[in-house]
Ligand binder design. Sequence first.
Ligand SMILES: C[S@@+](CC[C@H](N)C(=O)[O-])C[C@H]1O[C@@H](n2cnc3c(N)ncnc32)[C@H](O)[C@@H]1O
Length: 291
Amino acid sequence: MSEIRLFVTTTEKQAEAVLDIMSMIFEDEDYAIATMEIDEKRDVWEASIYMMADEEKDVQARLEPALAAEFSHLAIEREVLPDVDWIAKSLEGLAPVRAGGFVIHGSHDRDKVKAGEIAIEIDAGQAFGTGHHGTTAGCLEMLAAVARTRPFCNVLDLGTGSGVLAIAARKLLHVPVLATDIDPVATRVATENARRNGVVTGLTFATAPGFHSTAFRLNGPFDLIIANILARPLMKMAPQLVANLAPGGSVILSGILAEQRWKVLAAYNGQNLKHARTIWRNGWVTIHLIR
Ligand SMILES: C[S@@+](CC[C@H](N)C(=O)[O-])C[C@H]1O[C@@H](n2cnc3c(N)ncnc32)[C@H](O)[C@@H]1O
């Protein structure tokens, strides 16, 4: 089934306001919501909400009246996003990605791995995480850097997608890793990817929205939590995330657009976490915080 993006085109300020309205209406649903800069000089921005095709009518019917009061001049536009198989096909020829001593490559590029690199084989497929996105690469680089600062003994990868970060953490740290995703397809793909990468023990997968699963209590608390989701759900989940973090533990957050970083930092500062470092990649930031 296709994914749909409903969006409005406006100024940065209004896009932020539209984003707030979208977040308010769809607060408890896991639709991805984001603003994106289109043209810096002309101050053109888009505020978007993503959904599956069968959810579009419902989202549109709720969004229209909510925007009508303040933003009746903004047209709600729609884009049909390429379906997953098309994405997989277009990514087939992508070159390996190197970050933090890891190399993420497709099965067609096994021979490109260099001595001393930690290789992770991921073919583009039905779950996010081939390493090509700035957030995944940022998390890999941050994971390698954070691992040099102290030992860790229990890791959580929240929003595992293809499983790339969980596999990386397991290969680098050799400690138990719990990897979860709201999407059962992602957990299935991640489990297959782990097996393909020879990671058969020490890595547990579970399907769960946010922290709604007994898997967290059974496997936690964690001294390293990596969550590459989106700014809004990350802010919303801050209290539960920190409740699952061991004292002195580290958190690596990504999926955050550069301009959203202050809000996310504020949410986690409010939970007594301190900012340690930020990595920037292609307009996205990856943040390291310490409890
Ligand atoms: C940006 S992808 C990250 C994938 C991978 N960790 C990486 O870094 O490439 C975000 C993943 O988070 C999952 N996700 C989104 N909202 C979630 C939630 N509330 N709880 C758990 N997983 C969620 C999505 O299904 C998706 O697989």
